[in-house]
Design a protein around this ligand. Structure first.
Ligand code: LFR
Length: 405
């Protein structure tokens, strides 16, 4: 039976690492996006004060130049602020007036200790940040506050804002079915977040060298994963072609043609030249030519090369996740928008030799809503993540892609 009960609460998730700085409740300036050229400026400043190996031992994060602590080290406005709020917390503050830091997303700042999951005050001071900027941490499921009265009046509902896995990837992993402990996940949108769920960190030299991160999940789980460049490469390419054509491109038709195109040369999706917005086809072609190969001359072939290269990077990361965590691998849950890309799912199955279970597509939204529903008592307040995932499996059966020989 379909039921459409009234809205009970609001839960907010967004991408990670980006933040706003407040003074006296007002934003000091528009937040920067992590793909902005400003972002890597702080890397040297931080590493001059604390080498990367020491950082990894404290925060367990893979090196990404846009991790909040590097951004903050290059942000002159931090000196004038009284509060730092990550994007979902900033939105929650606008809605409720409360200033909190939801823990899963806080774990992407680099300023949370991997061992006890509290703010690393000593690290903040060492990189010149006043610890008073860091708000109290809250867990997914905790109430952040109620709508400001003027907002409640405007929409005619006095709703609570409830903390969820406010890092979109944390919410997505809640809705990854993970039917066996040997399941890996790939949360695929702009990025592919490739990994496994763990109960305890794997802070080995090998994990550090392989770029594996320890982001926090809902219910204290650890998202042991590696950021792989995802469909960003395809969407930026399509954006460039659309600008050339002055017309929009039919993506499903392009992917269908790509699936029918001949297998192509691959390129390194992790090349730093591909991370900023811009003319993606030209940059990819330059990378391919630098290896002495020629990129496909038509768009279908080019799209196939992009998708297969992403799938290869996924396969490498899935294997690394299994080896580093000591798991054998029996299936891969590919969740998020990438689950709609049949070519990507099939190529990933082929290149890992494991079945890919695709979906749910709206994993992030589902994971967000499930945590709110649990907080509202829908499943019992102590329902486990496994019980929530069971709901996902029953309501969103995945599409199976078997590996081809
Ligand atoms: C995915 C994501 C990734 C994070 C990147 C930047 O949307 O949140 O998990 O590494 O965006 O925030």
């Amino acid at each position: 039976m379909r039921r459409e009960p009234a809205i009970e609460s609001i839960g907010i998730d967004t991408w990670a690492v980006d933040y706003g700085l407040l003074r006296d409740d007002a934003l000091l300036a528009e937040p920067f996006h992590y793909r902005d050229a400003r972002t890597p400026r702080g890397v040297e400043a931080v590493h001059a004060r604390i080498p990367f190996g020491d950082l990894y031992a404290r925060n367990g994060l893979q090196f990404l130049a846009f991790t909040s602590l590097y951004q903050l080290a290059a942000d002159e406005r931090a000196a004038d602020a009284d509060t730092l709020l990550l994007v979902p917390d900033l939105l929650a503050h606008r809605l409720t007036g409360a200033r909190v830091a939801e823990r899963t997303n806080a774990s992407t700042t680099g300023l949370l200790r991997v061992h006890d999951r509290e703010w690393d005050v000593a690290l903040a001071e060492r990189i010149g940040l006043r610890p008073a900027l860091l708000p109290a941490l809250v867990e997914p499921g905790e109430r952040i506050g109620r709508l400001r009265p003027e907002l409640a009046a405007r929409i005619g509902a006095d709703l609570p804002v409830v903390a969820v896995g406010s890092h979109d990837t944390a919410s997505a992993v809640v809705a990854a079915p993970l039917a066996s402990p040997d399941s890996a996940y790939i949360s695929c949108g702009t990025w592919g977040l490739v990994g496994v769920e763990l109960a305890a960190p794997v802070l080995t030299e090998e994990a550090r060298a392989a770029g594996f991160t320890h982001e926090l999940g809902v219910d204290g789980r650890i998202r042991f994963l590696h950021n792989v460049t995802g469909l960003w490469l395809l969407s930026e390419t399509v954006r460039t072609w659309e600008a050339e054509d002055g017309a929009s491109i039919d993506l499903p038709a392009l992917l269908q043609a790509a699936a029918a195109a001949a297998p192509t040369v691959l390129f390194d999706t992790e090349d730093p030249s591909l991370s900023a917005p811009g003319d993606m086809p030209a940059r990819i072609a330059a990378l391919v030519r630098a290896t002495g190969e020629e990129p496909p001359g038509d768009r279908a072939g080019f799209a196939r090369m992009i998708v297969a290269s992403i799938a290869q990077a996924f396969a490498d990361a899935v294997r690394a996740a299994a080896a580093l965590s000591g798991r054998s691998l029996d299936a891969i849950d590919l969740i998020g928008g990438g689950a709609l890309n049949g070519l990507l799912c099939q190529e990933t199955a082929d290149r890992t030799g494991r079945p890919v279970l695709a979906g749910p597509v709206e994993a992030t939204a589902l994971g967000n809503v499930l945590v709110q529903a649990r907080a509202a008592g829908v499943f019992g307040r102590d329902a486990s993540l496994e019980e929530l995932r069971d709901v996902v499996l029953r309501t969103h059966p995945p599409v199976r892609y078997a590996p081809r020989p």
